[in-house]
Ligand binder design. Sequence first.
Ligand code: ADP
Ligand code: MG
Length: 639
Amino acid sequence: MPKIQRLDDITISKIAAGEVVERPAQVVKELIENSIDAGSNNIIIEIENGGFDSIKITDNGSGINKDELKLSIERHATSKLNRIEDLNEIYTLGFRGEALSSIASISNLKISSRQKESDGFQLNVSGGECGNIEPYGMNKGTIVSVKDIFFNVPARLAFQRRPATESAKIVEITVEHAMAHPKVSFNLQNEGRLMLNVPATDKLQDRLFDLLGLSATKLIELQSPPEDNDAPGDELWSGWISPPELSRGRNDDVHILVNNRVVTSQPFSEAIKRGYHTRLMVGRHPVVVLNLEIPADELDVNVHPTKREIRLKHSWRVLQRLERSIQYTLSKVPTQPEEKSKLTGISKSKSNEINKNIMEVNKPKWVESAGKQLSLDNEIINEINKEKRDKLQISTPPSSQKTLPQMDNEPISAPLSIEERHLHRHSGKIKSISPIEEPKLTTSNINKLPEMVPLCQFANSYIVVQTGKELLLVDQHALHERIRFERLRYSKQSWLPQNRLEPLELSLNPIQSERLRSQKEKVEEVGFLIDEIDGVWYLKSQPAILSPEKILSFINDLIQDLGDEDRILNSVQNLKDHVAFMQSCRGAVKANQILSLPEMRRLLSDMRDIENPWACVHGRPTALKISIDELDKHFGRHG
Ligand code: ADP
Ligand code: MG
């Protein structure tokens, strides 16, 4: 074992930098926060190559004294905290004195600063090594320039995301800070191209309009119920929330500020959800920008190096207040509560199940499952995991069995993930297309399934089918979804761009613009031709797979999904899967929908023409099969 020794300062800083500046977007966040703490009301951010080549932030704040320039990049050197007691009452965004030292240790850094009635000076630092301080001509304020980030930490560089992803994240971070500080003007440029330019204003509403676009005009100002004025506690919620009819597929537009600090919205999301109660479709998320003003000593911001997480002394009380305010605000908006879903395929989930499902959201199941199938002779062709195989049990001789196969209490397939559920719920509002009106598939009986005769429909959700010596119970929605998926996904025509008569203006906010910009080529390969003219986006064509109506909400949801780094939309194939998947679910017949015999016949005939008839796009079975043999056994007719 080597000897224990103290690490040198540069190594310590590099290690610490791992937490504070994990990626370029975080550098931008720290530098914006420093500019705001310095009282700036004008912040200009310029980035190159997603921030990897260069990040430059110019502000008009108080500046740094020449004698303190070197100190500013020392670890735990801060002007914002003097004594330990100060930690209990923090009104600045920074206080740990770690950001500049961390950034300095992993980049080529220049800090130039000029205080009022003084000259400007510049300090050069490379990989933590300080250079000299030189005179520098500039306006009052500070310019921080960060070049070649992670040049001396190749291990970290290797794990970075694509520059396009990073610049999208930087837009997001700038937008969040712009929401938190309307009185500061923000100007963000990527390789010289203007991405965001919002003038200073006294009104949050004006700022939101600049950032969110038209949807901001629909937001409602949060109000507290009158009786809350006398409730204990000095905290105060304010901000804007969306009416129930304005919702998003993901929670990216839930913005929470605590004393004007951007924090992670997660701890507040349950309270928000409860506030909306039944007013919001399950799986949909509101647009909210909420600021909590709370005495600084009731708040611990020193929980995490990036300061995005906070702790509240009376969190229960604060969350209750939020819930009540949302409820009260919405009570004045006249919309109908959502109709209860009748889809039987959607299992009610308990909260722990939801947690489990959150993990599943990240990996789009349907991508893997598209390749899985069961064969009619009770074998699983491609692998279905062992556990499921054990439960399926259909290929073992039925002698030992007490009940019909698959009829035990345990469902054989996992409950729908949150994502699938919300997709289903959402598509529940969209009219389904009768199978009879759909074009025939070009492939004919490729899976060699025998003729199938529909006997009747059970519970308006399952088709009872006779096929040779077997009885099938077919989940009509799952099957139709699969048929539609196969038809849409693999037909070349689906992806041909259909020109629109008139280009459609998409009103995208800066975050959406950047997401789209970063994936433009891929999206075009799928058939969306999109032009950006003077910062306005126009849709010139769309893939034939999509109908021209509803295209706006489709694009909105798609762009949100494009921004999800954990989602695998990084190839054209995946994107096609995703679009076809969204579309196949949207038009499929529903559970609890009466089908005519011709419709059932058509579904069953289409079933023979697709490659994967036995699993729906989520990897769940489309049918339950009971052989006459098994029935005889069950009823004691054997031997
Ligand atoms: P912290 O913000 O936690 O104090 P930093 O490492 O981010 O730590 O910054 C160190 C110090 O450098 C700050 O306390 C502040 O005094 C000074 N400083 C940093 N950026 C600026 C800026 N843009 N304008 C004025 N002073 C700044
Ligand atoms: Mg700081």
